[in-house]
Design a binder for this molecule. Structure first.
Ligand code: NDP
Length: 448
C-alpha cells in the first residue's frame, strides 16, 4: 500500500468518529500523492506524514459559567496546537453548538497549510467551544468569555499561540477574552488578533477575509481573461466573511444577489444592500426575515430539509461563506447546470469532496478555502507585526499588503499545480505549495 493510503487509514483508526477531520486529511493527502510518491521512502522513514497529521498538543477543558438566572452552565473548550514548524500557532476560536474535537482538528489541520500559503511566519492551530452565543445577554457572553480565558491563558502568548475569531467569535468576544487575559497575566501583548482599534487591533482586519476572497477571485478571473465587473455573484452566509465579500465584490462592479443564515436565504435580484445587511446581522443580531421585510426587492426563503437554497440561483461566480459542507453534489450540479464559471471558498471546507470533484470535472474554476480565505489570517499576522513594533498602519497600507498577499497566493498555487502537471487544479496547487514549506521546516528541525 502506498504511504499516502496507509496514512489515511492510520488517521481514521486513530481518530474515530471525526468525519470532518478525516475529510480534511483525505483532501490534502490526495493532492500530495505525486509529491510524496516521488520521495516516498525518505518521508516514510522520517514518519513525516504521521507527524503532520498528529497535533503537537491538544488541550481540552471545562468551561463553567453562571447564566442570568443564576444557573451554572458547563461547556467544553478546545485548543489544538497543531503545528509550529514555521511560527507560533495561529488560528481562530469558534463558538457554536456543533463544535467538537473532530471539527476543531479539521480546522487546525487546514490552518497549517493556509498559514504557510500566506508567506508569513505562522504555524497552525484552532480552538473553540460548544457554547451557543445566540440568545445570550451581553453579561452572559462576558462571563462565558472570562471563564474560557481563565483556562486558555496558560497555554497561549504572543510568541506561543495567538488565537483570533471565527464563527460566533467577533469583536465583542475578543474584547472580553483580551481583558481577562491581561488581567490574569498583567501583560499587554498581542495575544489575540481581531482586537478593537482602541487596544491594538488592525485596520482592515474586520474586512480582510471577505476582501481577500474577492481579491483572489479577481486574480483568477483576470488570469482567465475576464473580471468580476458585471458578473452575477451568489454568496452564502451573512456573517463576517460574507458581508465583506459582498461589499468588495460590489465595489468591483459585480452584482451580488444572495446571502443566507442558519434560518434561510435571501434572493435580491437588485443586489444585496450591504448597509441593511450589516444593520440586521451586526447591530441587531437578527435573522434574515428582517432584511426581507425592510427591502421590497428581496425574497426570503426559509431553510427546509437541509436544502442550501442559494446554489440554485443562476450565477457566474459562487462564494460559499457560511460553514463546512454547505455545498454538496446536488448543489454543484445545480451550479454547473446554470453555467457557473468559478467557485471560490470563503468558509473552511464548505464544498464536499464529491462536489469539488464534480465542479473540477466540469471545468469550473475552483479555489479552496485554505488559499482563498487566507486573507483573514494573513491580516491577523499583520496585526501581530503592528503589535510587536507598537505601531499602527493605515487602512490603505494594510489593504494594499492584503492585495499583494492574495495575488502572491494565486501565483504560488497556480505555479505549484503546473510544476506537478496539474495545471488549473488550484486545490492541488494550494496543498502542495502549503505543504512544501512546512515539510522543509519540519525536516530541518529534526525529530520533534
Ligand atoms: P460568522 O459567525 O460571522 O458568520 C457565519 C455565518 O454562517 C452566519 O450567517 C451564520 O448564520 C451562518 N452559519 C453558521 N453555521 C451555520 C450552519 N451550521 N448552517 C447554516 N448557516 C450557518 O462567521 P464567519 O463569517 O467568521 O465565518 C464563516 C466561515 O468562514 C467559517 O467557515 C469560518 O471558519 C471561515 N473563516 C472565517 C475567517 C474570519 O476571519 N472570520 C477566516 C477564515 C475562514 P447565523 O447568522 O444564523 O448565525
Amino acid at each position: 500500500m502506498s504511504y499516502v493510503d496507509e496514512i489515511y487509514d492510520y488517521v481514521v483508526e486513530k481518530n474515530p468518529a471525526q468525519p470532518e477531520f478525516h475529510q480534511a486529511v483525505k483532501e490534502v493527502l490526495e493532492s500530495l500523492r505525486t509529491v510524496i510518491e516521488k520521495d516516498e521512502e525518505k518521508y516514510r522513514k522520517e514518519a513525516l506524514l504521521e507527524r503532520l497529521v498528529t497535533p503537537e498538543r491538544q488541550i481540552l477543558f471545562r468551561v463553567p459559567w453562571v447564566d442570568d438566572k443564576g444557573q451554572v452552565q458547563v461547556n467544553n473548550g478546545f485548543r489544538i496546537q497543531f503545528n509550529s514548524a514555521i511560527g507560533p500557532y495561529k488560528g481562530g476560536l469558534r463558538f457554536h453548538p456543533s463544535v467538537n474535537l473532530g471539527i476543531i482538528k479539521f480546522l487546525g489541520f487546514e490552518q497549517i497549510f493556509k498559514n504557510s500559503l500566506t508567506g508569513l511566519p505562522i504555524g497552525g492551530g484552532k480552538g473553540g467551544c460548544d457554547f451557543d452565543p445566540k440568545g445570550k445577554s451581553d453579561n452572559e457572553i462576558m462571563r462565558f468569555c472570562q471563564s474560557f480565558m481563565t483556562e486558555l491563558y496558560r497555554h497561549i502568548g504572543a510568541d506561543t499561540d495567538v488565537p483570533a475569531g471565527d464563527i460566533g467569535v467577533g469583536g465583542r468576544e475578543i474584547g472580553y477574552m483580551y481583558g481577562q487575559y491581561k488581567r490574569i497575566r498583567n501583560i499587554y501583548e498581542g495575544v489575540l488578533t481581531g482586537k478593537g482599534l482602541t487596544y491594538g487591533g488592525s485596520l482592515a482586519r474586520t474586512e480582510a477575509t471577505g476582501y481577500g476572497l474577492v481579491y483572489i477571485t479577481e486574480e483568477l478571473m483576470k488570469d482567465h481573461g475576464t473580471s468580476l465587473k458585471d458578473k452575477t455573484v451568489v454568496v452564502s452566509g451573512a456573517g463576517n466573511v460574507a458581508i465583506y465579500a459582498i461589499q468588495k465584490a460590489q465595489q468591483l462592479g459585480a452584482k451580488v444577489v444572495s446571502c443566507s443564515d442558519s434560518t434561510g436565504w435571501i434572493y435580491d435580484p437588485e443586489g444585496i444592500d450591504v448597509d441593511l445587511l450589516k444593520e440586521v446581522k451586526e447591530v441587531k443580531r437578527a435573522i434574515l426575515t428582517e432584511y426581507a421585510s425592510a427591502r421590497k426587492s428581496a425574497e426570503y426563503h426559509e431553510k427546509k430539509n437541509g436544502e442550501h437554497g442559494v446554489w440554485t440561483i443562476k450565477c457566474d461566480v459562487a462564494l460559499p461563506c457560511a460553514t463546512q459542507n454547505e455545498l454538496d453534489l446536488d448543489d454543484a450540479k445545480a451550479l454547473v447546470a446554470n453555467g457557473v464559471m468559478a467557485v471560490c471558498e470563503g468558509a473552511n471546507m464548505p464544498t464536499t469532496i464529491e462536489a469539488t470533484e464534480y465542479l473540477q470535472e466540469n471545468k469550473v474554476l475552483f479555489i479552496c478555502g485554505k488559499a482563498s480565505n487566507a486573507g483573514g489570517v494573513a491580516t491577523s499576522a499583520l496585526e501581530m507585526s503592528q503589535n510587536s513594533e507598537r505601531l499602527h498602519w493605515t487602512f490603505e497600507e494594510v489593504d494594499s499588503k492584503l492585495q499583494g498577499i492574495m495575488a502572491n497566493i494565486y501565483k504560488n498555487i497556480s505555479e505549484a499545480a503546473k510544476e506537478y502537471g496539474l495545471e488549473g487544479n488550484y486545490v492541488a496547487g494550494a496543498n502542495i505549495a502549503g505543504f512544501k514549506k512546512v515539510a522543509t521546516a519540519m525536516e530541518a528541525q529534526g525529530i520533534v
